[in-house]
Design a protein around this ligand. Structure first.
Ligand code: PMP
Length: 360
């Protein structure tokens, strides 16, 4: 068996330990005589899986009791509609547009009410996070929306925006569980799990319980009401059982690593190895303003698209996969999520140094 170092932005690398455990339990999960893929979502065995997953996530994030944890389908993209459908009582919301995903969320919200773009970094191809200390927050805004870590551009909010008392909604798809967060600062914190937590096909939404009501926009489908899923503990319909099972294993793995404080330390160490090299390299250049650099997604370029392509090709031959930048920006991007071992980043930098010597 030979595994590569996988720098994909998502679906992404998972802890090897988790994959091996799942492999060992594949044919017979805990003497049930069947795989988790084959069992009823109403079974006792699955009930234990989902309850433990929620408990472990609550422990890891110190989620206050007045927040519900929902395991939902439809990807992070479905939340772009679900959020306004459930929250836009005044039909006004303020969006901070720091990348393609925030932009998509903002565009989707326009279908349901007045979605204001109150700040953006599009003027410099989303290479920084704008100053959000004193934004023109709308007086009647139902919420303020951010994408906390911008997967494509490699930027991260280092400080939450001053929402002037309005509820904050955050897409944390690409920084989920990468460092401690104060959940109480958010009204909704949500993310697709396919980057830092598990396989594709599920979103975890942590929603403050006063926002979970029947008072949603007229015409909201039953499946798109938070209340439907909250009332049924994420079992209104058949959930993504296998994904919940793997996420549960990753939560346990994270606890074993020392929790989110330890992950932050480890992620900072990993990112520093790469950023330090980018800062001294004569060939490669990071594309993000230093103060806004993400710990999870690190885009870089040589400045020559042909050389970029050569790098991606040769890196792949050396066992360093999925380093091609997003199709909308080009260049390279290394996603170094929780499950990327430090040796993976060391190997990447070693390879970059060799490539620099050969191509400068
Ligand atoms: N938000 C962010 C920050 C993302 O990175 C992505 C996916 N790359 C999405 C939303 C969309 O996720 P999904 O494909 O699960 O809809």
């Amino acid at each position: 068996m030979s595994r590569v170092y996988n720098f994909s932005a998502g679906p992404a690398v998972l802890p090897e330990e988790v994959l091996k455990e799942a492999q060992a339990e594949m044919l017979d999960y805990k003497d049930t005589g069947m795989s988790v893929m084959e069992m009823s979502h109403r079974s006792k065995a699955f009930d234990q899986i989902i309850q433990e997953a929620e408990k472990d996530l609550r422990d890891l994030m110190h989620i206050p009791d007045n927040y519900k944890v929902l395991f939902l389908q439809g990807g992070a993209s479905l939340q772009f509609a679900m959020i306004p459908m459930n929250l836009m009582k005044n039909k006004v919301a303020d969006y901070i547009v720091t990348g393609q995903w925030a932009k998509k969320a903002w565009q989707e919200a326009q279908k349901y009410g007045k979605a204001n773009k109150i700040a953006t970094s599009e003027d410099k191809t989303f290479s920084y996070i704008p100053d959000c200390s004193d934004l023109p927050i709308s007086e009647d805004a139902d919420y303020v929306y951010i994408c906390e870590n911008n997967t494509i551009y490699g930027t991260k909010f280092k400080e939450l925006p001053n929402t002037k008392g309005k509820d904050l909604v955050a897409d944390v798809s690409s920084c989920f569980l990468s460092e401690p967060v104060d959940v109480s600062k958010y009204a909704i914190i949500y993310g697709g799990v396919q980057k830092n937590i598990g396989p594709a096909g599920m979103v975890i939404a942590i929603v403050r319980d006063d926002l979970i009501t029947d008072d949603v926009l007229p015409g909201t489908p039953t499946m798109m009401k938070y209340k439907t899923h909250a009332d049924a503990n994420s079992l209104y319909n058949t959930p993504n059982c296998y994904c919940i099972y793997i996420c549960g294993k990753v939560f346990k793995w994270l606890k074993k690593q020392g929790g989110l404080e330890a992950m932050k330390e480890r992620n900072e160490k990993k990112a520093k190895i790469l950023y330090d090299y980018l800062d001294e390299s004569k060939l490669f250049k990071g594309t993000v303003e230093k103060a806004s650099r993400s710990l999870m997604n690190v885009p870089f370029v040589t400045g020559d698209p042909d050389l970029d392509a050569k790098f991606v090709k040769e890196a792949k031959e050396a066992g360093l996969e999925n380093l091609k930048g997003h199709r909308t920006v080009g260049g390279m991007r290394a996603s170094i999520y929780n499950a990327m071992p430090i040796e993976g980043v060391e190997k990447l930098v070693e390879f970059m140094k060799k490539f620099e010597k050969e191509n400068l």
